[in-house]
Design a protein around this ligand. Sequence first.
Ligand SMILES: [Cu+2]
Length: 567
Amino acid sequence: MNSKKLILIGLGLFLTNLISAQYNNLWIPDTLSGKSFNLVIKDTFSQIVKGQQTITAGINGKFWGPTLIIQKHDTVRMNVLNKLNDTTTLHWHGMHLPAVMDGGPYQLIPPNTTWRPYWKMKNQAGTYWFHPHLHEMTMDQITKGIGGLIIVRDSAEAALKLPRKYGIDDIPLVLSDRSFTTANQFKSVPYGDSAMTNGVLRAQFSLPAQMVRFRILNAAIERSFNIGFSDNRDFYVIGSDGGLLSTPTTLKRFLLSAGERVEILVNLTGMTAGQILDFKAFNSTLANNIPGGENFPNGPFASAIGKKDFNLLHINIINALSANEIKTVPTTLVSNIYPKAADAKVTRYLSMNDSTGLTGILGPNAFIINHKLFKYGFNNYTVPLNNTEIWQIKSTSGFAHPFHIHDVEFNILTINGVAPPAEQAGWKDVILVKPNTTVRFIAKFDDFADANHPFMYHCHISLHEDEGMMGQFLVTDNQSEIQKTPTGTVSIFPNPANDRLYLSANFNWNEVYYVKITKPNGATVMMLPQPEEGKAIDITNLKTGLYFLSVIQKGFSQPIVVKFVKE
Ligand SMILES: [Cu+2]
């Protein structure tokens, strides 16, 4: 071989490395499976850009958190320890559960406190997530990276020929965007200058030449992503927020808004190893009033990728894993039974508005719902337990807002009077309501929520939510007012205690709504929503000393307080 040829080969290798150096390998979050999950939220550092590390927050890690894999019908127990310096909350987005377990803005977890919610998984197989929901701090805490995915599995999904090898042909893709200071730190802004996939800038990943499944979450603060592929190939939507559709639907573009999830199949069969493909956001075609479609040259809503097309994942094709991998899209998926409009007991009329003149914490430009800013302690609706209801969301705002409601998965009846497109006709918990648009959806409300722990509905653009574009509702079979002073008594044994604590009450245990353990200085160390009767409270991790244990009875605002000593 002559030297000229060697130089050319060397140059070729150099260029290849240079090209791949543009990209960073996609990070796939670890999985946790089972019925009990330990989640530690903490401040940390992460190497996101070259040079100085970025101050981040993560769950059991440096940025974002593990993917929880949960079987339908299992009772799951969460041990959430807040090691941040600030109070936070952890909301189980899309989960059908009692409000006291929901992790909304009323279920505060102070620093160094363990919160132990539990619930029976009623959701069907699908992609859900969890994230902080501390009012006025949601945007900051999500920006730092706190969150994680939940994959629910069930027998109906397991019976289908779908890719489900996590991280191999079933790929979690968490889309967001960030801006950095010159010192590589996150800016808490509605729009970032760089797209981020699973916490990675300019992500690349190798995918086999076969049918591949993407579970895509929009975890951005404000931006929507108009997803598609660089060669404009078809993809197949198989699932929306609350589970699989009845049948797949073929698309080239899908507009995914903040908080929303979509599951798609992309058929890479027939491609050859070494080929490349880009998964992109085609945001240049978005209207100015769609999040991400603005093209401000400067100001708080300007960003380098506003109204532009940009990459979300650079895909390097590798050989199919075997000759008998899935190559076709199923013709049908699951049979979904939605509530019927005729079963609705009431229609509630909500509107999303521009609040010219109303001043929120972030200034006078807040968007609002029903012409009111969110106010702690103010209840907007009381839904009778087990009611089927139609909610109509009418936008008078000049900007599109992704409407999200807690507790239920809903089914869209109409958008501006006509049936929704197939990809939005399944179970949903977020819907982008565009200007001059009216969305009607139906849902059944069968989880309890009282004024101590209400459910929320809000715009899922965290900035708008923090500004007060939110409301709350109760779900109750008992319309009576919350009373102040409880009459019951609670006893603790053993006392002093070493590792396990048992409680008994002189009233029906089902009335126990909340148990909280605090130190004499008032600092909370443990929060136990609706602890089960006869089940020991594990206090192994408490330091020795005196503690106060408060029991809140359903329907009362003041707790019953008893003391105990940890030996
Ligand atoms: Cu909004």
